[in-house]
Design a protein around this ligand. Structure first.
Ligand SMILES: [Zn+2]
Length: 444
């Protein structure tokens, strides 16, 4: 019995070392973000590695145990990255990779197990914090009578190592949504009093929390994440617009309160109120107010964007939807997520691939956002001033279809108009409304 066990463990030992001895680097990819460079080594098996830095000249050294190189490192285009040269050397027990740095960078590394797309990988990140993806957009309010721009953070989902959904003929979600995001930005920037910032400006990955924190750094008034759906059933289709679910919101509130010591400038959206110096009860009230504002605005924007898209696209559901998506969890920034259609549906994939359709989608998203802020501009903004002086763009009168549970007063409140104005715009004799009735919403 004991001999058998020994044999088994000996066999395991031998087979493990055999697997390790065979680990090869088959391919190498690079992703450039404004503040980070990611190297991904594709491996044919798991690997043990260690990473350290050397100075004069500045180098990052990565030792891989029992590994060998099966690709040409010089093929990699390192232009635009902090790496000046990539070298390798054999060691008794494996392989050494050396990254010569032309610029200071903070390295980190981790390995990833296989997934649908890739096999085993070693990822090396070089953070170059000096460059900032999003510069703080708002100037300090020291100059009197300065009206600030409304800042919209536009987040194209996925990127780099994470392609998102993949449709027929290698149609990648990460590319479709970046194209749409860029077009939304172009439209927003064309409007006086608005400034759009792309959270992701190229083909690289940003963590979900990284995306919301970039929006916060930019002092965003609104965060819009753009995606395309995928489902096993290739018949599934339709666009959808999402806001944070109540459950997601309340669990997030607990999270923010728990870490308030570390989040000095959390509530940027309501006059940069810090939770740091507040007692538990006051912090909780402030956070609750901020989250309520963010939630109400999110629902309004989502509904407007939903209606705009519904004019030309099939919608997945009749109403906006709710989920606990991490990117929607900013307590201080109204946030929506737009699924532009199912990339896994051949018919919708064909549309989403078409630049003309991407532009149409972008136009709908931009129009929804603009309409929200033209109706309810935040105080202190140029848009608020334009609205006050009656200089808002024409065609601002919009329509609203009554749903179950609506009341006229609530619709008026939600749209920032008086009950009287709503009554007279619709020539109503009483406040009774019916489900499905279409109301004209006057412009403020
Ligand atoms: Zn996605």
């Amino acid at each position: 019995m004991r001999t058998v066990q020994r044999l088994i463990s000996l066999f395991l030992l031998v087979s493990t070392s055999l697997v390790q001895a065979n680990t090869q680097i088959d391919n190498l990819r690079i992703w450039l973000a404004p503040d980070n460079t990611r190297l991904v080594f594709d491996l044919n098996g798991p690997v043990q590695h260690s990473l350290f830095t050397l100075d004069n000249p500045s180098r990052v050294v990565i030792d891989l145990e029992s590994a060998s190189l099966n690709t040409d490192l010089s093929k990699l285009d390192v232009a635009g990255s902090p790496i000046s040269k990539l070298r390798s050397g054999k060691r008794d027990d494996g392989l050494r990779l050396v990254l010569d740095l032309a610029q200071k960078a903070q390295p980190s590394s981790f390995t990833l197990p296989p997934n649908d797309q890739y096999g085993h990988r070693l990822v090396v990140d070089l953070a170059t914090s000096a460059q900032q993806a999003l510069k703080p957009a708002a100037e300090p309010l020291s100059i009197p009578d300065t009206q600030r721009d409304i800042i919209i953070a536009i987040d194209a989902g996925h990127g780099g190592e994470d392609p998102g959904a993949i449709g027929p003929n290698r149609l990648y979600e990460k590319r479709v949504v970046l194209a749409i995001a860029r077009e939304v930005k172009r439209r927003i920037d064309a409007e006086p009093g608005f400034k759009a910032q792309l959270v992701r400006t190229g083909d690289y990955y940003i963590s979900l929390r990284g995306r919301t924190s970039k929006a916060r750094t930019a002092n965003a008034d609104l965060f819009v994440s753009i995606h395309a759906d995928a489902a096993r059933n290739s018949k599934a289709r339709g666009a959808s617009v999402w806001v944070l679910s109540n459950r997601g919101a309340s669990s997030e509130m607990g999270r923010w309160l728990a870490q308030k010591e570390n989040s000095a400038d959390l509530i940027g959206g309501v006059g940069s109120v810090s939770l740091e110096d507040k007692d538990e009860a006051l912090a909780s009230v402030l956070l609750d107010m901020s989250m309520n504002y963010a939630r109400t605005s999110s629902v309004d924007v989502a509904q407007l964007v939903h209606n705009k898209i519904a004019k030309f696209a099939k919608m997945h559901k009749k109403h906006i939807e709710k989920a606990a998506f991490v990117v929607l969890k900013s307590p201080d920034i109204p946030s929506i997520l737009v699924e532009t259609g199912f990339i896994s549906n051949p018919g919708e994939a064909k549309k989403l691939r078409d630049p003309a359709y991407q532009k149409r989608m972008a136009k709908a998203v931009a129009e929804g956002l603009l309409e929200h802020f033209w109706t309810r501009p935040p105080p202190g903004t140029l848009v608020a001033k334009l609205k006050e002086s009656g200089q808002l763009p024409k065609g601002m009168e919009r329509e609203y279809k009554v749903v179950a549970g609506d009341s006229l007063s609530r619709i008026a409140q939600r749209n920032g108009v008086s009950l009287g104005a709503l009554r007279s715009a619709n020539k109503l004799k009483s406040d009774r409304i019916r489900v499905g009735q279409v109301l004209r919403i006057p412009a403020g």
